[in-house]
Design a binder for this molecule. Structure first.
Ligand code: NAD
Length: 327
């Protein structure tokens, strides 16, 4: 009999890719989300449209002892959603409720292997003020001081799953994702992240034009391609190490550098205009020493290689949209 997996948030970016990966590995997969994935037909054997804030829905979808549960569902978005302050109550309430429901329902079904996707946004803001030397080592999490309510909720839920490990013998695994990107992710509408937003702007702009970049563009980040993220995710869930551990790239760039790589890929000549906008912390980079030590693995794909396939996909979406507008 094939192994079974449950992907919560399967209609989302990472969840959609994860379903495909688990199907390739031969799993029977159930996906759950508020919505279907906008960009690709789901490959899940069973896809439930449901609201995981409702404990009754959660108990219904966790109706068997899944071999693997991936809890990716969250109320999230890019800087334009997380850092304005306007969505704080929703972000905290919605995501915490989902996690409380899921942890308890998995415990009641004596499910052991539960993966939880935390975020680098839980790291203290005071360690991320120097764009050249941010500190995101796992043990730098405390004293806690995330720069957003999104980060605080992630920290709470990390602790929630690890408490179920200690008190109920669960074997939850916690990863702190750092800026995951790739094809088939949100690229417009306000919840898109920097790589997708910049790919869209470049794709929409004619050569010799200008694109706007939030902040002075000197804030630093690293970005990890979704395929590498899932390699780390499945390795962690199937390992003896509970985490929390970073899953991210150590190839740190400024946001302006990120824009220049994308412009270079497009083959166009485009200028940058830095404008005020929500930016988050000054610097952030993954620290991969712990994952390397515990799993003997760390991501290695270059940023440029990942951006090439992402730009190609977003450019296709932009062209398709333009064609629709004309028709
Ligand atoms: P996403 O927004 O594409 O996917 C999350 C999914 O959760 C969405 O499809 C959404 O509809 C679903 N969801 C939200 N509320 C729900 C509810 N009440 N019931 C059912 N489904 C609900 O995000 P993603 O980029 O795929 O991220 C997946 C996970 O990884 C999230 O927990 C996110 O916080 C975490 N993470 C992502 C990144 C990144 O860069 N993408 C970085 C750090 C952490």
């Amino acid at each position: 009999m094939s192994k079974t997996a449950l992907v919560l948030g399967a209609g989302g970016f990472i969840g959609g890719h994860l379903v495909k990966r688990l199907k390739r590995e031969g799993f029977w997969v159930r996906g759950v989300d508020l919505k279907f994935n906008e960009y690709a037909e789901t490959q899940a054997d069973d896809f439930v449209i449901g609201d995981l804030r409702d404990p009754y829905v959660v108990r219904q979808v966790i109706d068997r002892r899944f071999d693997e549960v991936y809890q990716l569902a969250a109320d999230m978005g890019g800087a334009g959603y997380i850092f304005t302050g306007e969505n704080d109550a929703d972000i905290m309430h919605n995501s915490a409720t989902i996690n409380l429901n899921v942890a308890d329902a998995c415990h009641k079904r004596t499910i052991k292997r539960v993966f939880y996707s935390s975020s680098a946004c839980m790291y203290p803001a005071y360690n991320q003020e120097d764009p050249d030397n941010p500190n995101c080592a796992e043990d730098s999490a405390y004293p806690a001081a995330p720069d957003s309510e999104y980060g605080w909720e992630k920290l709470f839920s990390e602790r929630l799953f690890l408490a179920y490990n200690r008190n109920h013998g669960m074997q939850a695994r916690v990863a702190r994702y750092h800026n995951i990107f790739g094809p088939e992710g949100t690229w417009s509408g306000g919840k898109e992240k920097a790589p997708a937003a910049l790919c869209r702007k470049v794709a929409e702009t004619a050569s010799n034009g200008t694109i706007q970049v939030w902040g002075d563009g000197l804030q630093t980040r690293s970005f990890l391609h979704v395929d590498e993220c899932l390699e780390g995710t499945t390795r962690l869930l199937r390992s003896d190490f509970e985490g929390p551990v970073n899953i991210g790239s150590e190839e740190m760039v400024t946001i302006n550098q990120l824009a220049h790589v994308i412009i270079d890929i497009s083959g166009k000549s485009i200028n940058l205009e830095n404008i005020p906008g929500p930016t988050g912390v000054r610097g952030r980079n993954s620290d991969n020493r712990l994952i390397q030590e515990k799993l003997g693995w760390a991501p290695s794909q270059t940023l440029r290689a990942g951006l090439e396939t992402t730009y190609e996909w977003i450019e296709r979406q932009v062209r398709r949209n333009d064609a629709r507008k004309v028709a």
